[in-house]
Design a protein around this ligand. Sequence first.
Ligand SMILES: C[S@@+](CC[C@H](N)C(=O)[O-])C[C@H]1O[C@@H](n2cnc3c(N)ncnc32)[C@H](O)[C@@H]1O
Length: 412
Amino acid sequence: MDDGTWWTVGELAHASGVSVRVLRHWDALGVVSPERTPSGHRRYGPAHVTRLYRALALRRTGLGLRQVAALLDREDPDPAATLRAHLDDVEEDLRRRSRLRDRLVAALGSAGPDQLMKVIETMTMFEQYVHGYRPEESTRLADQAGALVELLHGDTRFQPGERVLEMGCGVGAQTTALASRSPHTHFVSADIATDSLKSASGRVAAAGLTNVEFVEKDVFALPEPEGGFAEASFDHVFVCFLLEHLPAPVDALRRLRRLVRPGGTITVIEGDHGSAYFHPDDEAARAAVACQVTLQRHAGGDALIGRRLFPLLHEADWSDIAVSPRTVYVDGSRPELAESFTRRTFTAMISGVREPAVAAGLIDARTFDAGIAALRRTAEPDGVFCYTFFKAVAHRRTSAQGAVGARMPARK
Ligand SMILES: C[S@@+](CC[C@H](N)C(=O)[O-])C[C@H]1O[C@@H](n2cnc3c(N)ncnc32)[C@H](O)[C@@H]1O
């Protein structure tokens, strides 16, 4: 950015998670056409950035780029006809998926190893990381962080000069909130996903923060024998929405404990999809949410992990564990939260698993879509939506505390 207002194509790509190639292509098609500097370089102003996010929103409905450009330019003479044509495409897509579903059911019903291999290939769509690494997911994580920042981070502060590890930082959705609240703390934000780290670094730079360093690391490869990731090399660790994706969360928590100096802390934030309830209640909506929980379990994670934070931390030998539930409550008096949390965070996350859920035969496409519509409906002025996150803070024992600090309450 040259004066705080204009962005180069590279800066915007970093900050938005949309690649330079895509931005150039969108420029060529008139979706988002920036100004040019005298030397011919693209430069984006606030209006272009706003248009980019509107274009991303329209793209999420599946519309083609030319349709998006025409709608944004208000040049489409009949937007309803465009949307009807789009609906036809969506219905054709549903029919195609229904055929795929039938094939999967048939394959699973047969014992032939060849057919089962086909099933396994389909399942790899969600094997590693159920939310995926698509640009839509980056936008969702950013929306999520924006809406929840006070609720989740309001009471998190680190001391000047301390060194804090943020493990599983993703696209940096929480990083800016953390680093701006503790501006004299040094943050090391790590993730296994290289592309996410690039986006995170762009986001932090765009926020003008200089107290964060990004590093590619796998939590299961730590601590390292020496260097910046050796035993006791951090004052504190912070993880948010990481444990829910890990096959061995206790192992990860033990490794993180070894990275922290005695007396240092861990802060963990996780959701729990079992805590989602809403009005109007809807069976299809609950079925769609259950698909996400099942897929995450198939991928080795746990979408209901929030309720397990205390026992997990205890098992990993953290002490003085304090867990506090943080409930997001949304009704008609909070239309902005209904949009940012109910629709753009929770419903967007559930709708992101539509394809693997349908392909895996967990649900039929019609029911899933009805469930998504019902979830969106809860964000209407007469709807209500509730969801609880769990935040835990725990300490690494000092040698004076001995081997056993926190104890599980005795069973009566
Ligand atoms: C749901 S994202 C959360 C990102 C960020 N903490 C936030 O709240 O927006 C989970 C992140 O964990 C990362 N992750 C998954 N397994 C990991 C591992 N073994 N080591 C480090 N990061 C991992 C993923 O790449 C992803 O970026």
